[in-house]
Design a protein around this ligand. Structure first.
Ligand SMILES: [Zn+2]
Ligand SMILES: [Zn+2]
Length: 310
């Protein structure tokens, strides 16, 4: 008679099999395993403590929803923060989901509306700049707003929901193109420096698949649709290649990333000229910048203003 497979920690039927850890877990033990795993990573990489205030950027996707839920379960002081990008129905749906999750977890939600605060939508800014790369402008604005919000709320650290797939994809891309500056700076912790807040990625050791199953197990809603502007055809190729490797060699992505942090990153850090980037506060908004005059966002806004006046 075939032996029935049971959860590693109890007699219940397994909800999931974690291939690289050779673990069968029921729903309840899977949830506690994930939360404990993240807790260990937070401690090991000295991301933050229970005394720290943490700004958690929540987009509504499964990763950031998982992050809020995990940090909340672990008892950290979190400030869930949503940036309303003003992108068609996508932003509306995302806000509804994030609001619902915060209600379920009994957390306040802080919202930043791009158009309301910067006077222009991302679409108007990218039109005024006559640039098609919507995603890079959106990314620049998001990073800028995260810093501004972190100062406003006087938090100690900013946490984002990047998972192992995101991180290894970036690493793979940076290696293929030998982007030394990026390789020197890539990692789960970016120290506070030159006026920028400390940034951490508590989920960096977890595959996105497990975060999906975690959010499902917790019965939390999340946004499944992608941003209508995200194209990322090359990203898709990297994702496919890395998934193929992981399916055939379970655990290889985590090894690739951890060994990079241990063996290669220090070499790239040394190679990078420490003086290469001198930062000073933007004369208009005090955001740290390496540009000669105003910061990138202030110059975007100035150009947009001129365009709309004419
Ligand atoms: Zn169990
Ligand atoms: Zn500025």
């Amino acid at each position: 008679m075939a032996k029935l497979i049971r959860c590693k920690f109890c007699k219940n039927f397994p909800y999931i099999f974690l291939k690289e850890y050779r673990l069968y877990l029921c729903k309840e033990h899977f949830i506690s395993w994930i939360e404990n795993y993240v807790y260990e990573a937070i401690k090991e990489y000295k991301m933050f403590s229970h005394k720290d205030k943490i700004l958690v950027c929540v987009s509504g996707g499964k990763d950031s929803i998982a992050l809020v839920s995990i940090l909340n379960s672990l008892g950290y002081k979190i400030y869930p923060f949503f940036i309303d990008l003003g992108i068609k129905n996508f932003s509306k749906t995302s806000l509804k989901v994030v609001y619902k999750v915060c209600q379920i977890l009994n957390l306040p939600l802080y919202i930043y509306d791009i158009k309301g605060c910067l006077s222009y939508s991302i679409k108007e800014i990218s039109k005024a700049l006559k640039r098609s790369e919507f995603c890079s402008i959106c990314g620049t604005l998001k990073r800028y707003i995260m810093e501004i919000a972190a100062r406003y709320f006087k938090v100690d650290v900013i946490a984002t929901g990047h998972n192992l797939n995101d991180e290894t994809e970036n690493l793979f891309l940076n290696v293929l193109n030998w982007k030394i500056t990026y390789l020197a700076r890539q990692g789960p912790v970016l120290k506070e420096e030159k006026g920028f807040k400390k940034k951490v990625k508590p989920l960096f050791k977890l595959r996105e698949k497990y975060l999906y199953f975690y959010v499902k197990a917790k019965n939390l809603p999340f946004v499944e649709e992608k941003c209508p502007y995200s194209k990322g055809a090359t990203r898709y190729i990297y994702r496919k290649v890395l998934n193929f490797l992981e399916e055939n060699m379970p655990g290889c992505l985590l090894r690739f990333y951890l060994e990079f942090l241990r063996k290669a990153k220090p070499i790239f850090e040394k190679a990078l000229d420490q003086e290469s980037q001198k930062l000073h506060p933007c004369p208009k908004c005090f955001y740290p910048t390496s540009r000669k005059d105003k910061c990138l966002v202030c110059s975007y806004l100035e150009k947009t203003q001129k365009r709309f006046k004419n």
